[in-house]
Design a protein around this ligand. Structure first.
Ligand code: A2R
Length: 313
């Protein structure tokens, strides 16, 4: 089995490469931007910018994968407010370029488009946990671009019989995540305080927002299972099924540290629109693939904090 990961130099890509190669025994090809590096050994690495459709076609013809995981994206909600144009270009136009390239191929690989739990946006009381056929009310530019990708995936699957599935991944966390994301950000700040590199003040955004956090290693296991067992044209939630307040995450991190830390709300970290609670209904994924999350949140947080401590040395 040959797998291609488009956008494999990021957080999820690193874990997905390892899972496909070491646990599932796949031959793995990965794309990255010219400016990025992929340290993994035993994989084919290609440069690809998904803004250039012809390059995607050329690559797919050369690599000839059975499975394609489309991870390439502007993946940060915080960045989408600062750079909506880039977010729209990469996440919508880039995704359509991938779908158009697939349409021109003379064979039909299985494809997983990675979207986000943020797509559901403003969830009404009584809609939790949120299932795949719920109304979509995106609350950010990032979320709206992922909704578009999801719609285009479904349209291309139906109109051209492409073997495309869509995922809505809820917050995933773990070592090596960029500190643009909340858990990595808090762990990095605490590690810096412990190392004496920063005043004993942790800057936070909206602590009351409740989100559904899953270890990235569980997430990539779900992606592998979906390739084996998922159905074309369908969307699958990938999450833990439990929402937790960012404030509780902060307490879990601080419980693992002896540092005396003051918490300060930083208005820069408050977003123009925040969605109060997001929690996944994961029954569709579990029923069709047998997947369940396995790694407890406390373990992920401990390991993420240790990762940032090691980076201080
Ligand atoms: O933005 P960069 O320089 O970190 O590069 C990202 C890359 N990327 C692109 N690849 C090809 N053509 C482009 N025009 C392009 N623009 C950005 O996609 C990065 O290396 C990769 C995405 O990785 P991360 O940002 O680390 O996202 P993560 O956490 O691995 O999430 C994977 C997927 C994304 O679609 C998220 O929106 C979703 O899961 O949650």
């Amino acid at each position: 089995m040959k797998s291609l990961i488009i956008g494999g130099a990021g957080f999820v890509g690193g874990y997905l490469i390892g899972h496909l190669k070491d646990n599932l025994g796949h031959e793995v090809a990965v794309t990255k931007l010219e400016t990025e590096t992929i340290p993994a050994e035993g994989v084919e690495v290609y440069d690809l910018n998904i803004m250039v459709k012809e390059d995607i076609i050329g690559l797919l013809e050369e690599v000839h994968p059975d499975y394609i995981f489309h991870l390439a994206a502007q993946s940060s909600v915080a960045v989408c407010w600062r750079n909506p144009q880039l977010t729209i270009d990469v996440n919508i136009k880039g995704a359509v370029n991938v779908l158009e390239a697939l349409r021109e191929l003379d064979y039909k690989p299985r494809v997983l488009l990675i979207g986000s739990g943020e797509e559901y946006g403003h969830i009404l009381p009584g809609e939790l946990p949120i299932s795949e056929n719920n109304n979509i009310r995106p609350g950010s530019i990032y979320a709206a671009t992922k909704v578009c990708q999801n719609f285009f995936g479904k349209i291309y699957a139906d109109a051209y019989q492409l073997d495309v599935m869509m995922v809505r991944a809820f917050n995933h966390i773990g070592p090596n995540q960029a500190p643009l994301f909340v858990v990595a950000d808090f762990c990095k700040q605490v590690a810096e305080i412990e190392a004496g590199k920063k005043d004993a003040v942790i800057q936070v955004g909206n602590l009351s927002a409740r989100r559904d956090f899953t270890d990235v290693r569980d997430v990539v296991r779900a992606y592998g299972l979906l390739m084996e067992k998922g159905k074309a044209g369908e969307t699958y939630n990938v999450g833990s099924g439990h929402a937790i307040a960012i404030e509780d995450i902060l307490h879990m991190i601080l419980k693992n540290s002896n540092a005396q830390v003051n918490v300060k709300v930083d208005s820069q970290k408050l977003r123009p629109v925040d969605v109060p609670i997001i929690e996944a209904d994961i029954s569709k994924l579990s029923k069709e693939t047998g997947w369940q999350p396995g790694i407890p949140l406390e373990q992920t947080i401990r390991e993420t904090l240790d990762y940032w401590r090691n980076k201080q040395e």
